[in-house]
Design a protein around this ligand. Structure first.
Ligand code: 5GP
Length: 200
């Protein structure tokens, strides 16, 4: 496998990494494409097959593990598998793209270990666990049980911050967008973005 750069955005659920990744995908000069993961969790109402995820059953997922189809995979929450297909990254590399990932902390670090030189591993840091709780509750796409499961995992994930190449603080979304844009532009060799003075 060989090709463009890999940009990993990992963070506890609710830290805003998905929003940051979407923002970066809108910047044409970064030449990014999103790595669509496979998951066995149910599709949420607003999600689209092949855009947010490829949705399969846990049995199908386990078969793909056996077939060694994954670059990395994790049972992120109990019985909810998530993984990055080798074929997905190869497809995007063949299109000449830099590939951006919205994946959990363990999966992100695994890809970094596999491709240390061409990967930038970014940790998106939320202000606090309390703020995460508020954000997850506002999102209200999950039951209280599921939210509590995500918060418990978030506390563990927060401790992995030093293992990443770089940390973006997501205390203020606009500032986080700019930090992320600058960092990624530098890493992929795109022109440094210019922001209006009044936006700073
Ligand atoms: P959600 O269910 O909210 O879409 O995602 C739950 C968590 O799984 C998030 O932290 C998300 O980034 C992570 N995730 C999504 N796709 C993958 C993947 O392919 N591999 C790994 N390891 N984690 C993933």
């Amino acid at each position: 496998m060989e090709g463009g750069k890999l940009l990993i955005f990992s963070a506890p659920s609710g830290s805003g990494k998905t929003t940051i990744v979407r923002h970066l995908l809108q910047q044409p000069e970064l030449n990014l494409a999103f790595s669509v993961s496979v998951t066995s969790r149910p599709r949420r109402g607003n999600e689209v097959e092949g855009v947010n995820y490829y949705y399969i059953t846990a049995e199908e997922f386990i078969q793909k593990i056996k077939n060694e189809e994954f670059l990395e995979w994790e049972e992120v929450y109990r019985d909810n598998f998530y993984g990055t297909l080798k074929s997905e990254v190869e497809r995007l590399w063949a299109e000449g793209k830099n590939v951006i990932f919205d994946i959990d902390v363990a999966g992100g670090l695994r890809i970094k270990r596999k491709f240390p030189e061409k990967t930038l591993a970014v940790f998106v840091k939320p202000p606090s666990i309390d703020e995460l709780k508020i954000r997850l509750k506002k999102r209200s796409t999950e039951s209280d049980d599921k939210i509590n499961m995500r918060i418990a995992k978030a506390s563990v994930e927060m401790a992995t911050e030093p293992l990443f190449d770089v940390v973006i603080k997501n205390y203020d979304l606009k500032a986080a967008f700019k930090d992320a844009h600058r960092l990624v532009a530098k890493f992929v060799g795109a022109p440094e973005p210019e922001f209006e003075d009044n936006e700073e």
